[in-house]
Design a protein around this ligand. Sequence first.
Ligand SMILES: C[S@@+](CC[C@H](N)C(=O)[O-])C[C@H]1O[C@@H](n2cnc3c(N)ncnc32)[C@H](O)[C@@H]1O
Length: 217
Amino acid sequence: MRQRTVKNLEEKMANNSSFLIKDPREAKGHWAEIFGNTNPVYLEIGCGKGKFILTRAQRNPDANYIAVEGQENVILRAMEKAEAAGLANLRLFNDFVNDLNDYFEKGELAGVYLNFSDPWPKARHDKRRLTYHKRLENYFQVMDEAGFVEFKTDNEGLFEFTLEEIALLEEKGLKMAEMTRDLHGEDCSYESRLVTTEYEDKFSAAGKNINYVKITK
Ligand SMILES: C[S@@+](CC[C@H](N)C(=O)[O-])C[C@H]1O[C@@H](n2cnc3c(N)ncnc32)[C@H](O)[C@@H]1O
């Protein structure tokens, strides 16, 4: 996501930080305390400007949501929206996550959302793709038994790669629970089509099909 530099970024970050977790590694094992309840906790990795996670948090007050985004000038937009919405069930943190064990105890998450993740098209960068099989395994390490990963992308190459990575994990008990190459097509009734992201809106409006897969144990 290419972004223009934001003027007075530091000051704006500070002024919109009510829902920002500044030391997410310190939060490991304490997310229920942070939210003040034991409702399920869902994570979006690479939330961009936050439309998806804010919508989910607004629609589901009995669940908790965490948005993580690596770029400061991008997460600022999500922080501004969170500030305006004042949702008690939403938190954000600013990091390029690698190992989810750094932030969550086993079983602390109920699901992970990956939306329009960076494709890293060069073959030698395959390990950086958020659906690389070792990363998928890592997400399941911190999820409860009913945990899932939902992934949406416009990128055909990244989607094919992801299906291959899931196949590698079949022997470890992971499987595709839902899959479509046209999430917004007439024949599709998956719940995932109801909450869209900024990228999804842009690509759908341009007539691009949206690929989607849900992975469970
Ligand atoms: C192409 S954008 C999509 C944004 C949003 N999910 C959407 O669908 O509109 C991908 C975002 O993921 C972020 N990102 C990529 N890898 C990440 C990581 N490991 N941890 C946190 N954010 C990451 C990037 O900074 C970028 O803003």
